[in-house]
Design a protein. Structure first.
Length: 268
């Protein structure tokens, strides 16, 4: 069943659909360095729940102003004075939002600048591709603030940089930036100019793929990483059986066969 996304119902996210099926989703709390309060998390849950059924072909996830996201809204957290049970449920909503991103089947390209810190790094690590500019820096300062990650860093960030590096980041407040951040896997691209422009370019390229193929790439791979090798091999064969015989692929395969399709070439 096709769903409709009501742009007017979002306050903390600015939504801008493009003509080619790409949607630009911008965290819109620049005065708070786009810190994540519970209302923003709920809007992320809502949007990424609807996106796969609303014809969204790819998403550019960005932050308004000078920073992508400074993490948990610590002022809200302080003022709410939550009980352990209350904060556990907040964390579960973060997981819901980020799982909808990672497993939803719609390519999410994050355009990163400035602070990508704490929960902001957890959010960024839920995207499928991350593009950083020269102002971007990554950190997990929870140790210095008497906190612990609650939005999936122990899963996704540890997967990107390794357990030992993540522990070091949390214990010491270590900051990564520049090429070193790319080399560690915190981002896949670093640009001299606008990370948004590059992210939009990548999203538009991904949007040209068949939706079922993108769904498999942006959902099945993550699921398979959670399986044993034998189970993942079986699941991969099943997914390939469905995706690789889809009727919409016939014209693309025919173009390859008659040599009218573009060939893969080395970078110039």
């Amino acid at each position: 069943m096709t769903k409709t996304i009501d742009i007017s119902s979002y306050t903390n996210l600015d939504l801008a659909p493009q003509d080619d099926g790409v949607w630009v989703v911008t965290l819109n709390r620049p005065k708070k360095r786009n810190a994540l309060d519970i209302d923003t998390i709920e809007e992320l849950v809502d949007f990424f729940s609807l996106a796969p059924r609303a014809g969204v072909k790819a998403v550019v996830l960005a932050g308004a102003g000078d920073h992508f996201c400074a993490g948990l809204d610590l002022i809200e957290h302080h003022d709410q004075d939550r009980s352990p049970a209350d904060f556990m449920h907040v964390c579960l909503r973060w997981h819901e939002a980020f799982n909808k991103m990672e497993y939803g089947g719609v390519p999410v390209i994050a355009a990163l600048q400035g602070a990508v810190v704490g929960g902001g790094l957890e959010l960024a690590s839920s995207a499928h591709v991350r593009v950083m500019d020269q102002t971007c820096y990554f950190a997990l300062p929870e140790g210095q603030r008497g906190l612990f990650t609650g939005g999936g860093a122990t899963i996704r960030v540890a997967d990107l940089v390794g357990k030992s590096r993540m522990i070091d980041m949390m214990l010491t407040g270590r900051v990564y930036q520049g090429q070193e951040a790319v080399d560690l896997g915190l981002a896949q691209y670093i640009v001299e100019g606008s990370s948004f422009d590059k992210a939009l370019e990548l999203a538009r390229a991904a949007a040209q793929n068949l939706p079922l193929t993108n769904f498999a790439i942006c959902s099945a791979i993550s699921h398979m990483q959670n399986m044993s090798a034998m189970d993942a091999a079986y699941a991969e064969a099943v997914v390939a059986g469905v995706v690789n015989t889809q009727p919409d692929a016939r014209s693309r395969l025919a173009a390859f066969a008659d040599k009218s399709a573009a060939r893969v070439r080395p970078n110039s």
